[in-house]
Design a binder for this molecule. Structure first.
Ligand SMILES: N[C@@H](CCOP(=O)(O)O)C(=O)O
Length: 466
């Protein structure tokens, strides 16, 4: 498989190179040159497989020829070995026709582990083959950071520097990052929003000499490997509900648009997905777009679901490129205009086309709290604020005869204040995180400037030099 940039002006790369490159050199995002299509027997052959085996087989066409199926099997087995549920991504029913798929059974209690644990293995494999080292710089609104740190900590060939928006994650989320004291891990609390953090990461990648000197790589969902490794759980869920003979729909709490894009990719591969529902909080740029073709950046406001406190959803660019018929010049023009004006000029027919598959629902904090409470009272299900928003979106858009699967993206214990306010229950952290609040924290506060982040990256790389 070869990969091309959405902006059409970067080298065409193989999977292993895309993994190490992260963001394309023209500022675009990598996508497969062609979409692998699975036939009916291909899908059927995946039904009933243990999750790691299913994941390896779904990833195989994306990773070929760089990484073969046998190697992927080994990497996926290791990636999912420490999940705390035998099914890895269990499904449960909450209402008539409405189901939940739990993606938070990994080490950091959020869906990010599903791909990040695989990425840790992939990096190790490719870097060992090449006898190389990379510096990962990532931005987080709460969950990506700890998942990336957990996947990379203690690995000689990786340095990891994570930018989080100071004071804008939950305390559990912050401590999950800042209490990891391995020497290859650096945490920066940026005086700004997640969008500032993400822009800073992109600014570092745009400085090509710096990027090459530091061997920068990405673990955010701008890295195609992240999206690829999120496709298998959609396949697993759909097969459980009768695909490929029967259609299913998904509802996904959405911030950077990576998770739901993975569902869309599964659809492109031939999985019978009828509808995709975006759940947002008050940072509702995606729902405004889907409802009224209004993709206009407003200030990021803090909410009960901090991981979705995002206005610039990076992966929307990948969908846009596809909906524009893969016209990279048009995609580059629209994206440049968006960053210059704060408004994305999406052609009417592209918007109409998006609405044939996607719908959006936004909940404010009050509605989110009510949703958590009602779910608990009526279905005896404890959903974290992000998952609750996804479930509400799923309920709104479910259709008779089509199972609606809402993705539960984080464990409620990551957001104790919101859970107590909504239900009076303080969900316990699992044993391996029980002493989180007694652990020493290490992080540095930095201004939201590229200069400050570059200095921090240089220092981390020097400190970690072999
Ligand atoms: N919601 C994310 C923000 C970054 O998203 P990513 O999927 O691009 O890594 C978070 O919790 O950090």
């Amino acid at each position: 498989m070869r990969y091309i940039s959405t902006r059409g002006n970067a080298p065409v790369l193989s999977f292993a190179d895309v993994l190490l490159t992260g963001l394309a050199e023209d500022g675009g995002l990598y996508l497969p040159e062609t979409w692998p299509e699975f036939s009916l027997p291909d899908w059927e052959s995946l039904r009933g497989l243990p999750y790691p085996e299913l994941a390896a087989r779904v990833l195989a066409p994306f990773a070929a020829p760089d990484i073969d199926l046998e190697t992927l099997r080994g990497l996926c087995a290791k990636a999912y070995a420490n999940f705390d549920h035998p099914a890895i991504v269990p499904l449960t029913q909450v209402e008539d026709g409405l189901f939940v798929q739990e993606l938070f059974h990994g080490p950091t209690l959020a869906f990010k582990d599903m791909a990040m644990q695989v990425l840790g293995q992939l990096f190790e494999h490719v870097l060992t083959q090449r006898n190389d080292h990379v510096t990962i710089v990532g931005a987080t609104s709460g969950d990506t950071g700890s998942a990336a740190i957990e996947a990379c900590r203690g690995r000689d060939r990786l340095s990891v520097i994570i930018l989080h928006p100071k004071g804008r994650t939950s305390e559990v989320q912050r401590r999950q990052m800042t209490t990891v004291l391995d020497s290859n891990v650096t945490n920066l609390a940026v005086e700004g929003t997640f969008d500032d953090c993400q822009d800073l990461v992109k600014a570092l990648f745009a400085d090509l000499p710096f990027r090459r000197e530091m061997h920068l790589s990405a673990v955010n969902s701008i890295n195609w490997a992240r999206i690829a490794a999120q496709i298998p759980y959609y396949v697993y869920a759909a097969l459980n509900f009768g695909a490929p003979e029967r259609e299913v729909s998904f509802a996904v709490p959405t911030g950077n648009f990576g998770n739901i894009l993975a569902a869309w990719a599964a659809r492109k591969m031939g999985l019978p997905i009828k509808h995709l529902c975006v759940g947002s909080n008050r940072n509702d740029i995606l729902t405004r777009f889907l409802n009224a073709n209004d993709m206009t950046i407003k200030g990021v406001v803090p909410s009960l679901s901090p991981s979705m406190d995002i206005q610039v959803s990076s992966n929307f660019e990948r969908l846009l490129f596809e909906l524009l018929g893969r016209d990279s010049a048009a995609c580059a023009r629209i994206m440049t205009g968006f960053r210059a004006t704060g408004h994305m000029d999406v052609p009417e027919e592209v918007w109409e086309n998006a609405r044939t598959v996607f719908s959006g629902l936004a909940l404010d904090d009050e509605q989110t709290e009510a949703e958590i409470r009602n779910l608990h009272q009526k279905s005896n299900y404890l959903a974290d604020p992000h998952s609750a928003i996804g479930i509400a979106a799923g309920r709104k858009f479910r259709q008779p005869g089509v199972p609606m699967i809402a993705e539960a993206t984080a464990h409620p214990a990551k957001f104790p204040d919101a859970m107590v306010a909504a239900t009076g229950i303080h969900p316990a952290l699992p044993v391996h995180l029980e002493d989180l609040f007694e652990r020493e924290e290490r992080y540095r506060t930095v201004p939201a400037t590229a200069g400050a982040i570059k200095d921090a990256v240089r220092a981390a790389v020097l400190a970690n030099a072999p």
